[in-house]
Design a protein around this ligand. Structure first.
Ligand code: FMN
Length: 228
């Protein structure tokens, strides 16, 4: 197998890329179901750096998310130097406002991954011959559901679960009114939409977010079997 076909697995060695269906987690890694159950947003981090190789493994997991028409219309802006993360916070939470900020430990995150969606990539893909009949190649407005956000969300979840699997903490938070200024600061091309930012780092004692007290909806409430 050519080297290019091998990928870093979460438990270290290079694993072949495969669609083989078999149970996972047998090699002593965190099982997927366990990672899903354990995952919580972490909003406080130690000062310890995250090795670049680990960040590379996590963004590689994000890159493997499913996407409509295999459009893969996501981009990951990785800020993994003190200078770059400081510039992010200077734009989104200027020093004068930090005194009131409830999660100062979030600002210690050594890595920020800003996730961008590209509606144009979906429109171009669906204008191709095998998809043109859908009409979705006309414009972003033709899409009943903006799948670029759906797919970017899947990429985010891969990142979040990958972080759990290697013992890192992670938190997704919104760009809100800072989408345009963050794009300008880091040279993001026009037309990209800022989906959110994933902070990554080694977890420190934390304070739950304001939504943490909301109980998880029960299965009976969420699932409508056969009919609503
Ligand atoms: C799309 C999205 C946006 C979010 N934005 C924020 C945010 O701006 N700030 C924040 O503290 N948490 C944010 N969260 C985290 C949620 O508050 C959190 O996922 C929810 O309360 C459930 O907690 P858990 O993820 O720890 O299980 C966001 C989560 C999602 C999925």
């Amino acid at each position: 197998m050519p080297e290019g076909d091998a990928v870093g697995g979460l438990d270290g060695p290079m694993l072949p890329e495969t669609s083989e269906h078999r149970p996972i987690g047998e090699a002593g890694g965190v099982e997927l179901e366990d990672a899903i159950r354990r995952r919580r947003m972490v909003r406080s981090f130690t000062d310890e750096a995250v090795p670049t190789a680990l960040v590379d493994r996590l963004v590689d997991l994000a890159r493997r998310a499913p996407s409509a028409g295999n459009s893969q219309g996501w981009d990951l802006l990785v800020l993994d130097t003190a200078d770059a993360t400081a510039r992010y916070w200077d734009v989104t939470l200027p020093a004068g406002r930090r005194g009131d900020f409830g999660w100062p430990g979030l600002l210690r995150a050594p890595v920020l991954v800003v996730v961008w969606a590209d509606p144009g990539a979906y429109v171009r893909r669906y204008a191709e011959s095998d998809k043109a009949a859908t009409g979705l190649g006309e414009s972003p407005g033709a899409w009943p559901v903006p799948y670029w956000f759906v797919d970017a969300g899947a990429a985010v979840e891969h990142l979040l679960l990958g972080a759990v699997a290697v013992g890192l903490g992670a938190c997704l938070f919104g760009l809100f009114e800072h989408e345009v200024s963050v794009a300008a600061e880091f040279g993001v091309p026009a037309g990209r939409r800022g989906v959110g930012t994933v902070a990554l780092g080694w977890p420190a004692p934390d304070r739950p977010g304001t939504s943490a007290g909301r109980p998880r909806r029960s299965l009976a409430d969420v699932v409508h079997r056969g009919r609503w």
